[in-house]
Structure formats: C-alpha cells, structure tokens
Design a protein around this ligand. Sequence first.
Ligand code: PBG
Length: 330
Amino acid sequence: MPFPQIRMRRLRKSPAMRRLIHETTTSVDDFVYPLFVKAGENLKHPIKSMTGCFHFSPDTIAAEAAEVASLGIPGVILFGLPKAKDPKGSRAWAEDGVVQLAIREIKKQTPDLLVITDVCLCEYTDHGHCGLIKDGEIDNDTTCELLAKMALSHAQAGADIAAPSDMMDGRVKYIREALEANGFHNVAIMSYAAKYASAFYGPFRDAAESAPSADLDATLKDRKTYQMDPASSDQAMAEIALDIAEGADIVMVKPAVPYLDIICRASHRFDTPIAAYNVSGEYMMLNAAADAGLLNRQAAMAEMLTSIKRAGADIIITYFAKDAAKLITR
Ligand code: PBG
C-alpha cells in the first residue's frame, strides 16, 4: 500500500508511541562488567589507557563487585595481573593466584553475583602469548592442558563460569572434561568462540600488560596464528559450532561493533546464548570522541549497546555496564 495510506512517521510521533513500538530493549540483565585484579594490597589505581577502569587488588575488589551487584548487573568477568610471569604462565592456576583470591573475596561478600573468569595465559606468560611457545610455534594441545588446570582452579575458588579466550583448538573439550572429572558439573563455559585478531584490543593490552613481547620472531609478533582473520565470517560459524559441540554453554563474538554481522548470523543460526564483547578499543574510541566534544557520550553509549542487542546478542560484556545500568534504572 502506497503513500499516503502508509506513513511510517505516524509511529514515531511521540515518545510514548516510539516506546510502544520499539523492537529492542537493552536491560541491565544483559550486562557483564569486566574487572582487573592485580597482585598487591589496598590497590585501586586508575588504568591510564581505559578511562573509568581501575586495577584492584584481591582485598579491594569485593567492594567494587558489591557496587556492581547493587546496580543490578548480574555478573563480572575477572582478568588477572599476576605478581610474576614465566614462559608457562604458572601463576595462572596457582591456588593463591590473584584471580583465585579475588573470586573467594567476591563470593564472601556477594555470593549471588556471577563470577566469570577469563581463562587465558597471555597475562601470565613472560612472552605475552595466550599459549606455550614450542619450536617457534604456539603449542596447541599442551596449552589446552594448562587452560583446563586454570579453569579448574577458578572453579575450586568458586567461579560460576569459565571463559576461555585463548582460541586454541579443543580447549572447551579439555575444560569441560576437567570440570566434570572434578565434580564441577554446574560450572558453565562461556567460550570466546569467534574471537578476531583485532586492533581494538589495544587499550586492554596496556591494562592487562598482555601484549606479545616485542623481541619475538616475526611469526610470533601477533596473535594471528590463533585468533581469527577479520575478513572471515563462515569460519566464525565453524568455530561456534565446534565450541558448542565440545560443550560451550554460551558462545561469544568479539569484538562487538565491528562484527555485528557475525553476531547477527550467529544468533539466527544457533540456539546457544550469544555473548558479545564490546571491547576496550570500542569503549575508548567512544570516550575519546566524547572527550573531544565530538559526540554525546551517554547517547552514543546507549546507541552502541542497543545496536549490539539488536544484532542478536543475549549478553553484552562491556566497560559501559555501570554507566549504562545507572542510565537505564534512573
Ligand atoms: C586475553 C584477552 C584479551 C581481551 C580479552 N581477553 C586480549 C587479547 O586477546 O589480546 C581483550 C578485551 C578488550 O580489548 O577489552 N586473551
């Protein structure tokens, strides 16, 4: 039916009308807030590369987690900065490791807040790679064994969800088997299933001190032998299908905004909940533009999060979670 019977603007004429017909609702229920825990005591240091984010020590992180919970955000994801690094990343599965200590502190204070842990070696290895280096390559299967140990140690400390972000083949299977064998049937796995080798992780690598070391050989200067090529989409579907088959309970696409097409495709194709990681570069790009007076931070943030939801994400991991929760519940 042509104009003037149809006038699309009729449905946009007032705030109430727009509210009535809008298709996408972003709720605080969708958010996960990332937290950085660093070895030490009594720390709450602003992270230079990431405005509004801090390094906490295990003794100060529970108060922050309690604030997150009080805003109605269902979960946090923890990243650890250990007191020492070595070629294997052995502090990653230490019982008294930073993340393990932080989980215990958070669970003491806010037992109902979901604690998700990033499972990856890059913050723990002295070379900065997500896996072990053997004969000039990242050794897939040995890395999987270590990741399973790491995830298990998080579960033993009380974590609810293990989130492997390393992109080794088979890691979900190794982790599921380790959790089952030790009675952690209800600890879930949220795999970073389609994780791209992205330039948008820049601010995070500063924050987590996890960039690959500059003195490695050319093939080891970046993460391109394990993280995905930004030019592929079918491969993302294959990665997600494999992780689901290996036992992932939730699958993630990362980054979010430059990869909305992947989120959209995945949400149509799979019934498993889809998480999207609105990464550090997306966060800081928006902050920098707002600081430069180029756009309205609050409006741009709301639009960015809505677009991720509209693309089909069920869960959004975002450094905006606290700000957005305050806006939504205001
Ligand atoms: C660790 C990891 C990274 C991020 C999450 N987990 C960095 C990387 O893969 O280099 C990035 C998160 C962000 O940029 O916000 N493997």
